[in-house]
Ligand binder design. Structure first.
Ligand code: NAP
Length: 235
């Protein structure tokens, strides 16, 4: 394994993952909308990609071509906002980026790997997909969609005899621009800590990785909370 493409590498977790992969000797191509930030990483190649745009998959393939191939597709792009008033624009933009954009880009990588006969797709989803979270309905729902989509791809790859590894990375709260604002989040993780665990999950070809251990306990517990109680919990 040597060539990786990181989508959503301009800030936060994606940026840290791109940096660490480069440090570990990978040839890394990076993409996102803010090319000025991408240009500071020291990546082998850079592509401006807005995952909500209809030609984003072609831009990915152009980057793969210039890189001379792809072994690891790492997907970090995403948006998320608390939306307690359920503003329609926030909900719909979240579906476009985390739902449509995700499906477009992961699908393009999957088809490429299917043709190549092997490859590794690793995506940052979230623990938010493991339960419906009242403060951010579209974020929570799109993350659940991503969790299930990756599970489905894993089964499809196996059924088709394709050597495509899927890794679903589910961090808890991480101190990045995504959570910037007045709201105080508990149990906040540092992006660097999360990134080390992500690299471990990639190198050990994990199927699912909840980050970190505290969130592994938390999600195991909250999965057991019955719906009749869950709907009464104030988050
Ligand atoms: N922070 C957390 O607590 C947390 C927890 C669990 C999961 N996650 C997930 O981790 C991923 C990374 O988030 P982060 O926390 O690192 O936040 P971040 O610092 O805001 O990074 C988000 C990344 O997504 C990219 N992006 C957003 N919209 C895009 C679009 N339309 N096209 C292409 N790229 C786009 C951004 O690049 P441009 O703006 O330059 O396009 C940026 O590189 C997200 O999927 C998020 O849901 C975050």
């Amino acid at each position: 394994m040597s060539k990786a493409i990181v989508i959503g590498a301009s800030s936060g977790i994606g940026l840290e993952v791109a940096r660490l992969l480069i440090q570990r000797g990978w040839t890394v191509g990076v993409a996102a909308r803010r090319v000025d930030l991408l240009n500071t990483i020291g990546a082998a190649d850079v592509e401006m990609i807005d995952v909500t745009s209809a030609n984003a998959d072609s831009s990915l393939m152009a980057l793969v071509e210039r890189m001379g191939g792809m072994d690891l597709f790492f997907y970090a792009s995403g948006i998320g906002k608390q939306n307690r008033e359920l503003a329609a624009d926030i909900e719909l933009a979240t579906l476009q980026t985390n739902g449509v954009g995700f499906t477009r880009m992961v699908g393009a990588a999957y088809r490429y790997f299917a043709q190549q006969g092997r490859g590794h797709i690793a995506c940052i989803t979230s623990i938010a997909g493991t339960k419906g979270l009242g403060p951010s309905p579209a974020y929570s729902a799109t993350k659940a969609m991503q969790n299930v989509y990756l599970q489905a791809l894993e089964q499809q790859a196996h059924a088709r005899g394709l050597d495509i590894r899927i890794t679903d990375i589910r961090p808890g709260f991480v101190d990045t621009a995504l959570l910037a604002g007045d709201f105080h989040y508990p149990m906040m993780l540092k992006p660097q800590t999360v990134t080390r665990e992500i690299i471990y999950a990639i190198e050990h070809k994990k199927h699912i990785r909840v980050i970190d251990w505290k969130y592994r306990i938390l999600t195991a517990l909250w999965r057991r909370v019955p719906r009749s109680i869950w709907r009464r919990i104030k988050l």
